[in-house]
Write a new protein. Structure first.
Lengths: 281, 292
């Protein structure tokens, strides 16, 4: 066989493997999707059977039940509000903090920086109890207050990413602006912030994924009154392990739709942002 | 002279910036203090106390820690977590690396595959847990068992779920590493008569050691800190046999009244373990940088 022919057959074999893997990767999502149209009794009984045009078909019933049971659209609203404003707050607040900590050299700034780095290592369980009590005492247990908590937990990684970039930019540009009479505020917003844009995208993507999917923090602080999507979904489990699987399937589908849309739109940024965060973090 | 002026100007900027401490640094630091720093110090102190709320603590010394290690629950969870983490670190990295090799061979549709394999990573842990609960219970139905019949089902269920979620992510990091290997290096090996296996083990793998380090530690810490997936897939069942460290700590705090101190002591031990893992990673990555 010629080299070209051998290359071609390898390509075909690899393609077959990859297509098989694609099916394995996508199948779980499709199983959930078509089970969401199945009457709940049949979900446990015949989980892999297609419901369409059979006695198992439930129409939109599971969606109706699920949406009413966990107030899905309210949960969606809370999730969206908290995610959008937390991500904006984290990006603005930590880029300013990172600039200050990088450019002002003192004992205080270097200790603060080390503490921020340390906070990235510490697992959430360490502060879970005391943090939720503190939030309660300070009346931060509402969708606006929780943004402050997200800034607090998010500023370790974000400061690290921002200051890594700031360190690589020559200080001369900022100094020149200041000598020309610009205040630190205008220097930051006109010179530093535009340069930080690529890092800001990474920070925004990483935090969007974290805050949107986060379960424990909202559950512990605002879980009773304001359920975000992950909290609302887990709430379907109920007290005694009895789960309405039909409603569950429908709500899983609704929970995945915004994520998949977001991914398809910002795919390029998401993949590069996640990798940048992983490699530097 | 020029250097002197530059240095003075740098100090001038520092001085000007310092006046704006309240605007630039304070908001972030206040949030950090409220969410992390104060709770962390309180948590550390409370791990030596008996309490049900942050206001009613009494000092009991090392009693909580004694309980943590004498009562088998925590060590069981630790052992389960270690087993789970080892199996998933190995399997995720082997699969992710193999996928990366396949996807750097100019096969048509590479980008589509990359997009699809990466996608599960964006879905949150709670949703993932429930998706896999229905799928795995569906398969187990044939054998008249469920995920919580025996701990081994929960264990392997968690491993499968973790692979599905993380393989695409690690694959992307491996692809970035593989693309950066100079083509001449591989060609030179082939000219020297190396076969595929030799090239893989003596050229490709040594060249991407930094990616292997990153991926191993990422999967290691992800595995160790796993919570949401554990909660949604088995909730620790049957009994507490598939309870990992994070979930065990959560249940100690909120499962019954009076064990908050024990929960906090467990959290401190957990933090120390995770910190040791992270510092080991730092040590390895620093060493690699020096060598490079």
């Amino acid at each position: 066989m010629s080299t070209v022919g051998r290359k071609k057959s390898t390509t075909i074999i690899i393609s077959i493997i990859l297509i098989a893997l694609t099916i394995v990767f996508l199948a779980p999502i499709f199983v959930v999707l078509y089970n969401s149209f199945k009457l709940k009794f049949f979900i446990n009984d015949r989980p892999f059977a297609l419901p369409f045009k059979t006695e198992m078909y439930a129409g939109w019933m599971n969606y109706d039940t699920g949406i009413n049971k966990i107030h899905f659209f309210k949960a969606f609203g809370y999730s969206l509000f908290i995610t959008v404003f937390s991500v904006i707050a984290i990006s603005v607040v930590t880029s300013m903090l990172a600039w200050y900590l990088t450019r002002v050299k003192s004992k205080f700034t270097s200790i603060t920086f080390s503490l921020l780095m340390f906070s990235m290592i510490v697992p959430f369980q360490m502060v879970m109890f005391t943090m939720s009590k503190t939030a309660n005492i300070l009346h931060l247990d509402n969708p606006i207050g929780i943004i402050i908590l997200y800034v607090g937990f998010g500023c370790g990684l974000a400061t690290f990413l921002f200051s890594g970039f700031i360190k690589s930019v020559p200080i001369a540009l900022e100094e020149a602006a200041m000598i020309d009479g610009a205040t630190p505020v205008s220097t930051f917003f006109q010179i530093v912030l535009p340069m930080l844009k690529p890092t800001a995208i990474t920070v925004a993507i990483l935090n969007t994924m974290w805050v949107w999917n986060d379960y424990l923090l909202p559950y512990l602080t605002i879980g009773n009154d304001y359920k975000t999507i992950p909290v609302a979904i887990q709430y379907l489990r109920g007290g005694y392990g009895s789960v309405d699987m039909g409603a569950m399937m429908a709500m899983l589908v609704l929970a995945m739709i915004p994520v998949i849309i977001f991914y398809l739109i910002c795919q390029k940024f998401i993949i590069s942002g996640v990798v940048a965060g992983a490699v530097k973090g | 002279m020029a250097a002197y002026i530059l240095k003075r100007e740098g100090l001038g900027m520092q001085k000007a910036l310092k006046k704006y401490f309240a605007l630039f640094a304070l908001p972030g630091l206040i949030c950090f203090a409220i969410a992390f720093f104060i709770p962390m110090i309180m948590g550390l102190i409370l791990s030596f106390c008996k309490f049900t709320d942050v206001t009613n603590a009494t000092w009991i010394g090392l009693e909580n820690y004694k309980y943590v290690f004498l009562n088998g629950e925590f060590t069981n969870a630790l052992w389960f977590t270690v087993k789970f983490t080892i199996v998933s670190v190995v399997s995720i990295n082997i699969i992710a690396f193999s996928l990366a090799i396949l996807l750097t061979r100019n096969v048509p549709g590479t980008n589509v595959y990359r997009t699809i394999f990466f996608m599960p990573n964006l879905i949150g842990g709670i949703v993932l847990g429930w998706i896999w609960q229905i799928i795995l219970n569906g398969f187990l139905l044939k054998y008249q068992v469920t995920l919580v019949t025996d701990p081994k089902y929960g264990f392997w269920g968690l491993v499968i779920l973790m692979n599905w979620q993380n393989v695409g992510y690690m694959m992307i990091i491996y692809i970035a590493g593989l693309i950066n290997i100079p083509k001449e290096l591989i060609e030179a090996a082939e000219i020297d008569g190396a076969n595929r296996r030799d090239t893989l083990f003596h050229v490709t793998i040594p060249s991407i050691m930094p990616s292997i380090t990153i991926c191993s530690f990422l999967t290691l810490t992800n595995g160790f800190k796993l919570f949401d997936q554990n909660l949604a897939l088995t909730n620790g069942g049957p009994g507490k046999t598939t309870e990992m460290l994070a979930l065990n700590i959560f249940n100690t705090f909120y499962g019954r009244v009076g064990f908050e101190g024990v929960g906090q002591a467990k959290a401190v031990v957990f933090t120390i373990i995770v910190a040791i893992l992270a510092l080991t990673q730092l040590h390895f990555t620093r060493k690699k940088e020096v060598e490079a």
